[in-house]
Ligand binder design. Structure first.
Ligand code: UD1
Length: 374
């Protein structure tokens, strides 16, 4: 059985890595009876060395078999380019299944192409909903799920969302979270890494602690009106504790454009590799973010997470985990920061099946796949 695993943007790489490993493990154990061939296609949506290449090295992913080099563009342009190139790849490779992860433009583009070629689609991280259709990722999630044949979910809420949208129950599989597979697999190694020593940031040490910040959602960074209140709140936070801010390229452009790349106690640095970021996250006092995946990772690590958004597609991290939605509400942010500094930050529990074995469950299900069922 030939599977194409599609990755294109930074948050995809840590999701395909455990699947590749689980496929290898399956093949070793199956003694050649039901071998799965994993063909990695990188769309090139993210292309900077520190947004892509370093993740392949850190996560020990085989180099992509095919690189589509689509690069940046408007949503239509980027999605369209991926579709054109990915269709060619599918015609060449003739896979039995296309596996897509997450909610980026590469996810929907590849799913759409495969579906129209009558190639079954497996969507990993299906069913997550923010119920905010202004988010490009929400459109990508809804549409990818609507045309997928295998919907692998991370939590019960996702199953419920899919059932409400009319997805047949037999196509939905609650398997856990592949992003957490990567986290647990690399946690120990990252814990031994002293990235603070390497970064040499003035006034930042393990003893005093620090806040780790990430920011890149278009709704937060693309206009001055949205970015300014967030940066004002971050400046206020930096009066309590140093803030380390690895800046996404989209955000770097905007911060420069709006002359907001400043603030005492805020350390603006380049985007980090997976291992370096994990190492910083492990020792952070708390995290502020608008990322999806980081809300999950902090929940598993039991580190307080202040999410700079007013919705989340991952409500399980609010209900069971350490996550709190603070959006750009300065008063709320400072209140939560004070609580954390006093040692009474939010505690959580690890959601069911977030145990490092999600990819193995996925591969077992796919290996038992029958063409006639679809
Ligand atoms: C994308 C995903 C988002 C994900 C995020 C993680 C979509 C719709 N969005 O957003 O879900 O959370 O990735 O990073 O797919 N750029 C570079 N170098 C790079 C990559 C991007 O300079 O390696 C620049 C591009 O030129 C562009 C901007 O960053 O101007 C945004 O890139 P884009 O691919 O549109 O999406 P992200 O904002 O990264």
């Amino acid at each position: 059985m030939k599977i194409i695993s599609v990755a294109g943007a930074r948050p995809n790489f840590m999701k395909i890595a455990p699947i590749g490993r689980a496929i290898k493990k399956w093949n070793n154990a199956s003694n050649g009876t039901r071998v799965l061939e994993n063909v990695i296609v990188h769309t090139g949506q993210h292309y900077d060395e520190n947004m892509s290449q370093v993740f392949f090295e850190d996560l020990d992913i085989a180099p992509p078999d095919i690189y589509l080099a689509v690069g940046s563009g408007s949503h239509g342009e980027q999605t369209g380019k991926i579709m054109i190139e990915f269709e060619r790849a599918c015609m060449d490779i003739r896979p039995d299944l296309v596996l897509v992860v997450g909610d980026v433009n590469s996810t929907i583009a590849a799913a759409l192409v495969a579906s129209k070629l009558h190639i079954p689609v497996a969507h990993v991280e299906a069913g997550l909903r923010s119920f905010d259709r202004r988010m490009p990722e929400e459109i990508n999630r809804l549409l990818t799920d609507a045309i997928s044949n295998y919907l692998f979910t991370t939590c019960h809420e996702a199953n419920q969302n899919l059932l409400k949208e009319g997805i047949p129950e037999e196509n939905i599989f609650l398997v856990g979270d592949v992003m957490i597979d990567s986290l647990l697999y690399h946690k120990e190694r990252a814990g031994r890494y002293n990235v603070l020593k390497e970064l040499q940031l003035k006034g930042v040490d393990d003893f005093r602690g620090y806040c780790l910040l990430t920011l890149h959602r278009p709704s937060n960074v693309d206009t001055r009106q949205s970015l300014m209140p967030i940066m004002e709140a971050v400046c206020e936070v930096a009066r309590y504790i140093p803030v380390i801010f690895p800046v996404h390229p989209r955000t770097a452009n905007r911060l420069k454009q709006f002359t907001l790349m400043k603030g005492e106690g805020i350390h603006f640095i380049q985007p980090l590799s997976y291992m370096k970021f994990l190492s910083l996250m492990l020792k952070a006092k708390f995290v502020m973010t608008d990322s999806g995946g980081i809300q999950e990772e902090t929940t598993v690590l039991d580190i307080p997470c202040l999410t700079l958004r007013d919705t989340t597609e991952r409500p399980v991290t609010l209900k069971e985990g350490t996550n709190i939605l603070v959006f750009n509400d300065k008063a709320k942010i400072i209140r939560e920061v004070q609580r954390i500094m006093e040692g009474s930050g939010k505690k959580g529990v690890c959601p069911e099946l977030w145990d490092g074995k999600a990819a193995e469950r996925i591969v077992r299900i796919l290996a038992g796949y029958q063409k006639q069922k679809i």
